[in-house]
Structures are given as C-alpha cells and as structure tokens.
Design a protein around this ligand. Structure first.
Ligand SMILES: [Zn+2]
Length: 99
C-alpha cells in the first residue's frame, strides 16, 4: 500500500495525520474529536480561533519544508492545495460534537 494515500483520519485544520489517541483534539468534556488534532482543537475550541487560512498555510509549510527538505515555495504550494479541501477552511463555523 502506498504510504502517500492516507486513509486514516487527518486534522481538518492543519492536515496532520491523527494516529494516536494523543493526537486527537478534545472537547471540553474530554471527548475525543476525530476531525481535529490536539494542537488545533483542545478543550472544546480551536487553540488559535483567529488564525487565517494563509497563516495556517505558512505555519504548516514551514514544517513541511523542513521535514521533506523542500523549498519554501514548493512546500507552500503543496500545503495550500492540501489545506484548501479541509473542513475548517470550507465552512465558517464548526459545531461541538458533544451532545
Ligand atoms: Zn491540526
């Protein structure tokens, strides 16, 4: 199986793969979210509620450039394409999963 086609969940804000329970975001009640990582979503809210799409692209691109030894431009282009399909950047508001 190709390692690139990721079938597991990934963060719908920063595209980080969610592999361990510790990676998942949490509601205020402690319930895990399967759609956001702990760095983006914790205690029932986004950790950086005001971050813009461009700021998130920048943040993720810097990490990706380092990790994959890419140029900033290449990493930025790839990150932009990757993040633009994610839920956080497609809808304006998210609903807590607690009920
Ligand atoms: Zn995230």
């Amino acid at each position: 199986m190709a390692r690139d086609t990721q079938l597991g969940p990934s963060c719908q804000s920063c595209a980080a793969p969610l592999m361990r329970a510790d990676d998942f975001g949490r509601e205020a009640s402690g319930v895990l979210r399967t759609d956001y990582c702990i760095y983006c979503y914790n205690k029932g809210a986004f950790t950086q509620p005001d971050i813009t799409f461009d700021q998130m692209v920048e943040k993720v691109a810097v990490m990706m450039a380092k990790k994959r030894n890419m140029t900033d431009e290449a990493a930025r282009a790839q990150t932009k394409a990757m993040l633009s399909g994610l839920k956080r950047w497609r809808v304006k508001k998210i609903e807590p999963m607690d009920s």
